[in-house]
Write a protein that binds this ligand. Structure first.
Ligand code: NAD
Ligand code: UGA
Length: 457
């Protein structure tokens, strides 16, 4: 028999991998991941998982059928579990008060009400989704408004994994954060969650706090990471004007131990489902407390990101003789980062749409993200082809723009690509991963980010 029964509501990029890791590391617990999305649950039951994440299949296979289960029977999972993680989506609200900024909490509240309806015994409800500070309070108010005398404790346990490295991040997290109320019941609930992670995470990396600090820390961590990217991206624009190289600047700056070298890669802009939404949420919360200067400060991180995307496309158009009407352009990479098929908020979406506005024809290439790219660009009009093989994709195009740092693009035979392209041939390296000197010598006009271009005219 299992020592504990854990449920997770939401089988997405976070719910699936985190629960698979808990199940693999804790065979003594039964872990059931549930979702309203039947297709997603079915895919989790096969070896063709619904998300691409290096190493994930092995983790799932180690526990699936033993103590890891995927199901659409949400009510049964709620009833039998003592601990319920909630990992549903919390997108930006698109309607009403706070539209375009506030977190849309409808999925979370719906789940809270389902938990309330189905529960026959006390539960610890764990906020795994990223939520505005003070959400736990609301959830406790909803859950404890029951006349059946069932106790609910809401604990915050934000997830810090990054896509593409989820398995590594879960195996060896920088920290696990668990926030709870500091009442005897709250501390007991906190300990129950600490006990899960202590099965494989060193105790000094499991940190605890009050529930509000925990909720807010998640938003702040994402805001700080995004801020570093916007900071270096702002400098990339200056580098292009001053013959400095942004890679050399970020190396020199990052070697200061107080600054640190990570998250200082200039690029076409940050994407992903969370940075933008979480900063918007932070801005909205600050505005709600009349902290307008604070709100503006964080808003500028997003503005710099939009500037970088726009600047990239403007640079492409200008470099290609101020018109790209009817020109074929290959986009190498559509995922928001390497090693994932996820395209949510990918800079490639914005770049592609802007290029289509300029009446270019596009060939989209990506090893994992073409299905999502088709969905993202559906209805955009204009000529778009989807071609996985980069050599095929580049045939007859005027320009290649690298938008995702897939390793495979570093290793391509760029001479072969040059040979099949229209001339003059352009490469716009939106991720700074190519050997620009070599490409220039092959014959390309090369436009790296944050460095002056190398061109033959
Ligand atoms: P996702 O969209 O991939 O998954 C959410 C899942 O919840 C979906 O499969 C959806 O069908 C399901 N769902 C929604 N309402 C439901 C309901 N009432 N009952 C059952 N299932 C329901 O989202 P995600 O990327 O996994 O993100 C989930 C949360 O984790 C968000 O708050 C996000 O901010 C946060 N987060 C995400 C990442 C990441 O890398 N993607 C990292 C850290 C934190
Ligand atoms: C990010 C955080 O890194 C995670 O800690 C967090 O849990 C997660 O958001 C979340 O809350 O969803 P993720 O978006 O998956 O993870 O990926 P990142 O590695 O952070 O990359 C985000 C974007 O920034 C990508 O588009 C990436 O290409 C870009 N980036 C990253 C840069 O442009 N430069 C860098 O130096 C680093």
């Amino acid at each position: 028999m299992f020592e504990k029964r854990i449920a997770c509501i939401g089988a997405g990029y976070v719910g699936g991998p985190t629960m698979a890791m808990i199940a693999m590391k804790c065979p003594q617990y039964k872990v059931t991941v549930v979702d309203v999305n039947e297709a997603r649950i079915k895919a989790w039951q096969t070896d063709d998982l619904p998300i691409y994440e290096p190493g994930l299949l092995e983790v799932v296979q180690a526990a699936r059928g033993r103590n890891l289960f995927f199901s659409t029977d949400i009510n049964a999972a709620i009833r039998e579990s003592e601990i319920i993680f909630v990992s549903v989506n919390t997108p930006t609200k698109t309607f009403g008060e706070g539209a375009g900024k506030a977190a849309d909490l409808q999925y979370w509240e719906k789940v809270a009400r389902e938990i309330l309806r189905e529960s026959e015994s006390p539960k610890i409800v764990v906020e795994k989704s990223t939520l505005p500070v003070k959400t736990a309070q609301t959830m406790e108010n909803i859950l404890n408004a029951n006349d059946r005398n069932i106790r609910f404790d809401v604990v915050s346990n934000p997830e810090f994994l990054a896509e593409g490295t989820a398995v590594k991040d879960l195996l060896s997290p920088d920290r696990v954060l668990i926030g709870s109320r500091e009442t005897p019941e709250g501390l007991k609930a906190r300990q129950a969650i600490v006990d899960i992670y202590a099965n494989w995470v060193p105790t000094e990396r499991i940190i605890t706090s009050n529930v509000w600090s925990s909720e807010l820390s998640k938003l702040v961590a994402n805001a700080f990471l995004a801020q570093r990217i916007s900071s270096i991206n702002s400098i990339s624009a200056l580098c292009e004007k001053t013959d400095a190289s942004v890679a050399e600047v970020s190396r020199a700056v990052g070697m200061d131990a107080r600054i640190g070298g990570r998250f200082l890669n200039a690029g076409v802009g940050f994407g992903g489902s969370c940075f933008r939404k979480d900063i918007l949420n932070l801005v909205y919360i600050c505005e709600g407390y009349h902290l307008y200067e604070v709100a503006r400060y964080w808003q500028s991180v997003l503005e710099m990101n939009e500037y970088q995307e726009t600047r990239f496309v403007r640079n492409m158009v200008r470099s290609m003789f101020n018109t790209i009407v009817g020109k074929r352009i290959a986009l190498f990479g559509f995922a928001f980062k390497a090693d994932t098929g996820d395209t949510r908020e990918s800079p490639a979406i914005h770049v592609a749409k802007k290029l289509l506005d300029e009446k270019a024809e596009l060939v989209i290439s990506d090893p994992k993200a073409l299905d999502n790219a088709r969905i993202d660009l559906a209805g955009c009009g204009g000529g778009i082809d989807y071609v996985e093989d980069p050599y095929e994709a580049a045939r007859g195009v005027h320009a290649v723009a690298v938008l995702t740092e897939w390793d495979l693009y570093r290793k391509l035979d760029w001479g072969r690509i040059y040979g099949s392209m229209e001339k003059p041939a352009f490469v716009f390296d939106g991720r700074n991963i190519l050997d620009t000197r070599k490409l220039f010598e092959i014959g390309f006009n090369v436009y790296p980010l944050g460095r002056p271009p190398l061109k033959h005219f």
